[in-house]
Design a protein around this ligand. Structure first.
Ligand code: PEP
Ligand code: MG
Length: 757
């Protein structure tokens, strides 16, 4: 094999400028592309330059060529992985061959007349980390191109991507529906909220548009990049200080990683090289980002993928600085219905979208009891978390089927999958319609026992779900959500308006307001809880309220104001000792007497209760119950402490069953004690939203359940199909069996008794 280097007749910069000028011409995209390939062939002193673009069905189609037979344009088509062009698309990497015909992947296409060419260099054209085209240069001589020349061609490909995605050559919808070198079509994750949805994807990330790819002044572009890096480092230093102050270790680690990247010589050098080859600072950052993102889809190490993800985030921050735009998602052009795909999304960010348009949520991080999960459930959108690589594999506009019940996401689904899932969606819709029929029916069992159904809400409420027969009101109103989405403690005025809004929306329904449960996994940025090794067992909820009574009193004032002339139910969370309840209740009584003394209108009645969610309180029920009007069992926290098993840790989720006899017996004891002291008892933990779990709870005596809105229909259907006295005897028996779970026993019972689950 002979190998000789030919010097290019044009400098890379003048080549890029010529291309830029052609791209700016007032001619059709095809004409401009034809002119561009001619310039590239000349610039590379080669006979051939061709551009292949991605078409539907993972096909690379020859779109323009200087040198190959004109009749082959739009005729020659190769599958991803087929021939040399297909190999470049599949590997998302350049290919540089002195004699292409010796390569095992070479596939002779007679219509092109390429048999006379030997040298071959091809680079992928990227968009969003996906290969959307291949740029090829070929020559008659047997010669290998230099690494510098390959890099120039990559830079040219970057500029060409602008033309390729203009939509004038290939309809963008067509590209979106094909994988384009990224063959992953199915992902799976952990369900945070059930349901099934079909819609296009919207990636939750800053949408920064680059309008200028080619540099006019390289030195200026390098300075622009240097300045942006400095600004980025400064902003990360500031974040780091804030994270240190608030003791947020997770945040600190992420920022430290980012800071390390901003000092990564390899990355900085690559961006600088891309600028030297003629790109603007923003185009250079994007080029390096695109190349890494494409490589990421081919790596298997989760650690490396995670690091490259960080780099992607970092590039987006940097682009925001260079382009002088805030890092805000662009809400201007969102589809009417979409599935939001995020690496991680905070409650405030989720709430910033118009929630009527969000049909589903997919996140790479998050756990069942995270803040976002709570909000997603309140919004009632199918949600999967822990979906590895979602933001790398899914592109904006991809059609997605999100089957949160089955834990699967189908990306750009094939016709087979789509029609199978359509059937599933139809069944789901039919079931939903059946639940609609139940709206006017009470939740009464076959043997005439009425179960009080209630809805868990916070910030907003699905009023339709509450305003139906058999639903008594809001069993748990999580008041901490506005604390989590504000930049400071919400004032009394704002809070009372919010609470008053609830009364207005739900006249004649009972609303149980739980005082704020901030802290733990519901951190608020403006409250420094210090360095806590176990925040779930740390400074949270009523503990904060008693240490900072001003904040709790502000909330209690807001609740009293909003409930003037109506019944007020206040529930204190995270009570571990009777004395804590006494202290919290006395703050409430003090505020009520202040209102009375000031002659302000009072609530018609005031009932006070606590959450049963800290195990220590289970041994204080005899002294607690006489002080109370009601209790509500919060299994989310109670179980994590009973089993010493972090509720937020996805990898621990399977280590115990909610239907453990231990838990069921605890519930039975609380119900019995409440009955003894004539205290109302309800159950508001997440497990009750599953009909089988709710069945078990009813079997051990629970008669009042509060769940997310979507669970009301399935629970009603279950309740109406069961004979509770028979069920209770069965539960009395199976909870004596020293098993890790009563699930199997219950499943048999359901099957044998035709209970609707
Ligand atoms: C619980 O702990 O069960 C509960 C309902 O409260 P939260 O999920 O808000 O902690
Ligand atoms: Mg709790």
């Amino acid at each position: 094999m002979s190998s000789k280097v030919t010097k290019l007749p044009l400098t890379p910069l003048s080549l890029l400028r010529q291309i830029r000028d052609v791209m700016a011409q007032d001619a059709s995209a095809q004409v401009r592309l034809d002119r561009v390939v001619k310039i590239i062939a000349e610039g590379f002193a080669s006979e051939v330059c061709s551009v292949y673009l991605l078409r539907a069905g993972d096909i690379m189609e020859l779109f323009a060529s200087e040198g190959l037979k004109k009749t082959s344009v739009h005729l020659t088509r190769l599958n991803i992985g087929q021939g040399l062009v297909g190999a470049v698309a599949a590997a998302a990497e350049p290919l540089n061959l002195a004699n292409a015909q010796e390569h095992p992947n070479f596939e002779y296409r007679p219509e092109t007349g390429e048999e006379i060419y030997h040298s071959f260099v091809a680079v992928p054209v990227f968009q969003g980390g996906k290969v959307i085209g291949v740029l090829v240069v070929q020559g008659k001589e047997v010669r290998e191109y230099t690494q510098d020349q390959v890099e120039v061609l990559q830079t040219v490909a970057m500029v060409l991507s602008e033309l390729a995605i203009s939509g004038d050559l290939v309809n963008l919808k067509e590209i979106q529906s094909t994988a384009g070198g990224v063959l992953v079509q199915q992902l799976s994750g952990t369900q945070l909220c059930g349901g099934i949805a079909k819609a296009v994807a919207v990636l939750h990330k800053p949408q920064l548009v680059i309008s200028n790819y080619v540099a006019t002044d390289i030195i200026f572009e390098k300075e622009k990049f240097d300045d942006a890096i400095k600004e980025l480092r400064e902003s990360f230093d500031n974040y780091l200080q804030a994270a240190n102050l608030s003791g947020d270790d997770a945040k600190r680690e992420i920022i430290e990683t980012y800071l390390l990247f901003t000092q990564d010589r390899g990355w900085i050098t690559r961006v600088n090289e891309a600028i030297s080859s003629g790109l603007t600072a923003e185009a250079a950052v994007k080029k390096v980002q695109e190349e890494l993102q494409a490589k990421m889809s081919q790596l298997s190490s989760p650690y490396i993928k995670e690091r490259i993800h960080d780099l992607e985030d970092l590039s987006n921050h940097l682009l925001g600085i260079i382009l002088g735009k805030p890092l805000q998602p662009d809400y201007s052009d969102l589809p009417k219905e979409f599935i939001l795909v995020a690496r991680n999304i905070g409650p405030a960010e989720l709430l910033s979208y118009d929630h009527s348009c969000i049909k589903g949520l997919i996140a790479e991080e998050g756990s069942a009891s995270s803040h976002t999960a709570v909000i997603a459930r309140a919004m009632d959108i199918p949600t999967l978390a822990k979906v590895q690589n979602a933001t790398a594999v899914i592109q904006d506009g991809d059609v997605l089927i999100l089957d949160a019940d089955g834990g699967n996401i189908y990306i750009r689904p094939s016709e087979d999958i789509e029609s199978a899932m359509d059937k599933h969606i139809a069944l789901y819709t039919k079931r939903e319609a059946e639940y609609e029929v139940l709206r006017s029916l009470p939740a009464i069992s076959k043997d005439g026992v009425r179960i009080s159904l209630n809805v868990n809400a916070g910030l907003f409420v699905n009023t339709a779900s509450v305003l139906q027969e058999g639903v008594d009101g809001i069993g748990l109103y999580r008041t901490e959500l506005p604390y989590m989405t504000s930049s400071d403690f919400p004032d009394a005025e704002m809070q009372s308006q919010l609470y008053a809004g609830m009364y207005n929306q739900l006249p004649d329904k009972r609303i149980i307001f739980r005082s704020f449960d901030i802290g733990g996994d519901k951190k608020v940025p403006y409250l420094n809880a210090g360095d806590e090794e176990n925040p779930a067992m740390g400074w949270r909820a009523t503990r904060i309220g008693l240490d900072m009574p001003g904040i709790l009193r502000t909330q209690l004032k807001a609740l009293i104001t909003a409930s003037a002339g109506k019944p007020l139910y206040v529930m204190f969370p995270f009570i571990a000792q009777v004395s804590e309840f006494d202290a919290a209740k006395s703050l409430l009584m003090k505020e009520l007497s202040n209102f009375e003394m000031a002659g302000k209108k009072l609530p018609t009645s005031v009932k006070v209760g606590v959450m049963i969610e800290v195990p220590s309180i289970l041994w204080q029920l005899d002294s607690l119950m006489p002080r109370l009007d009601f209790v509500s069992i919060g299994s989310n926290d109670l179980m994590q402490f009973l089993f010493a098993c972090d509720r937020g840790a996805a990898h621990m989720a399977g280590s115990y069953d909610t239907l453990s006899p231990v838990m069921l017996n605890v519930v039975r004891q609380v119900v019995a004690k409440a009955k003894e002291y004539n205290v109302e008892v309800s159950f508001c933990g997440e497990m009750a939203r599953k009909p089988l779990d709710a069945l078990a709870l009813i079997g051990v005596g629970v008669r009042n359940i509060s769940v997310s809105a979507a669970a009301i229909g399935p629970l009603k259907a279950m309740i109406r199909s069961v004979d509770i006295s028979e069920l209770s005897s069965y539960l009395d028996y199976i909870t004596t069996i020293p098993d890790t779970s009563s699930r199997g026993w219950l499943a048999n019972y359901v099957r044998d008794h035709g209970i609707i689950i």
